[in-house]
Design a binder for this molecule. Structure first.
Ligand SMILES: Cc1cc2nc3c(=O)[nH]c(=O)nc-3n(C[C@H](O)[C@H](O)[C@H](O)COP(=O)(O)O)c2cc1C
Length: 351
């Protein structure tokens, strides 16, 4: 039954397949969350992660399938990107499967139901979850917004108290001008205001704040972000979002479409950013490695390159629901083979 459903999804156009999956996942629960090996568990930034594998932002933009995604075995789930007001995003078609490359190009442009509706979804699901589940809330800005920073502050005010951690997404390539927020003066201004806002609101003043950055930054820009993050006690950096670059070896003809590339071809690029950031921050900021992870050894490599946690999205589309269970089992084997007692001992070992 599940196999035939997955076969159907693979023939549907990607965005239709995704909305169909979300509809079905609301009512599905899996049994892939039974790995509770302490070798994978970490206490980071006040949160207890049962394993290091998280769902990257963009899959559950509206917080509709959180319960189902935990049942796949994820250690944490990031909902969003959420903008203050609902918006439709860019014109369709805007998601392309690059099957030969195990990749996706998306030019969605923060299509989401907006903070009010999504807040209701998260409240409902949070109340029905058992145990202490880690849910990150990824915030963005509306396309029509006149003041980008205000949109992030609004998101913190409205949704921050529901989040285990808050992600400030300034790296999607599909909203004009968004990535400019990563530039020195802009990011400094943004981060300072975010930290002040966090102090002001009692219910969120202990919540970790992560910044999600692009893989298309140069050395100087990475250094600026590292210094500003250290100076303002940013808790975590998510490395990375999708890339606008197109590696020469891409095979699929869909590579010509505009948008952010994710999946296998992003692995090396995002890993290089991760290693550089680990060096620049001297291990003082928690790093979350994202980009092109499709198995346990990819995950292990990200951790050795400096990530304490990892996230994935694209591989889930290609590999199906048992992927996270497999990755966690592979990770346990890799850690034991190398003689470590806990995954945290692996962090940064190859940098
Ligand atoms: C269809 C699609 C939609 C995405 N939407 C978002 C988003 O709304 N916010 C965000 O921060 N990242 C978004 N991402 C980026 C992912 O979170 C992740 O950073 C990127 O895909 C690299 O990981 P992967 O190679 O495992 O997919 C999206 C990715 C895809 C493929």
């Amino acid at each position: 039954m599940l196999d035939s459903f997955i076969k159907i999804l693979k023939i549907l156009p990607p965005e239709l397949a995704h909305s169909f999956s979300i509809k079905v996942l609301k009512y599905l629960s899996f049994n892939y969350d039974k790995i509770n090996d302490p070798i994978l568990a970490q206490h980071l930034m006040g949160m207890d992660f049962p394993n290091p594998v998280g769902l990257a932002a963009g899959f559950d933009k509206n917080g509709e399938v959180i319960r189902s995604m935990f049942s796949l075995g994820f250690g944490f789930i990031e909902v969003g990107t959420i903008t203050p007001l609902p918006q439709k995003g860019n014109p369709k078609p805007r998601v392309f499967r690059l099957g030969e490359d195990n990749a996706i190009i998306n030019n969605l442009g923060f299509n989401n139901k907006g903070s009010k509706k999504i807040k209701k979804n998260i409240v409902k699901i949070r109340n029905s979850l058992t145990g202490n589940k880690i849910i990150g809330i990824n915030l963005g800005k509306n396309k029509s917004s006149l003041n980008s920073i205000d949109d992030y502050l609004f998101g913190m005010e409205k949704l921050g108290n529901l989040a285990s951690y808050i992600t400030i997404n300034i790296s999607s390539p599909n909203t004009d001008g968004l990535r400019d927020l990563q530039l020195r003066g802009n990011i400094e201004n943004l981060i300072k205001k975010i930290i002040v806002k966090r102090e002001e609101i009692e219910s969120i003043n202990k919540k970790p704040v992560f910044i999600k950055i692009s893989p298309d930054l140069n050395e100087d820009q990475l250094r600026d972000i590292a210094l500003i993050s250290l100076a303002n006690n940013i808790d975590g950096l998510i490395l990375t979002n999708t890339t606008t670059s197109r590696p020469d070896n891409l095979l699929s003809s869909f590579k010509k479409f505009k948008g952010g590339l994710s999946g296998k071809p992003l692995f090396e690029t995002s890993n290089n950013i991760l290693k550089k950031m680990y060096n620049l921050t001297n291990g003082q900021v928690t790093l979350i490695g994202v980009g092109g992870i499709s198995n346990g050894s990819d995950c292990y490599e990200k951790i050795k390159s400096g990530a304490s946690l990892i996230q994935l999205y694209t591989a889930l589309i290609y590999s199906g629901p048992s992927l996270i269970f497999k990755i966690n089992n592979e990770l346990i084997d890799l850690i034991k083979t190398d003689g470590y007692k806990n995954i945290s001992e692996v962090v940064g070992k190859s940098v």
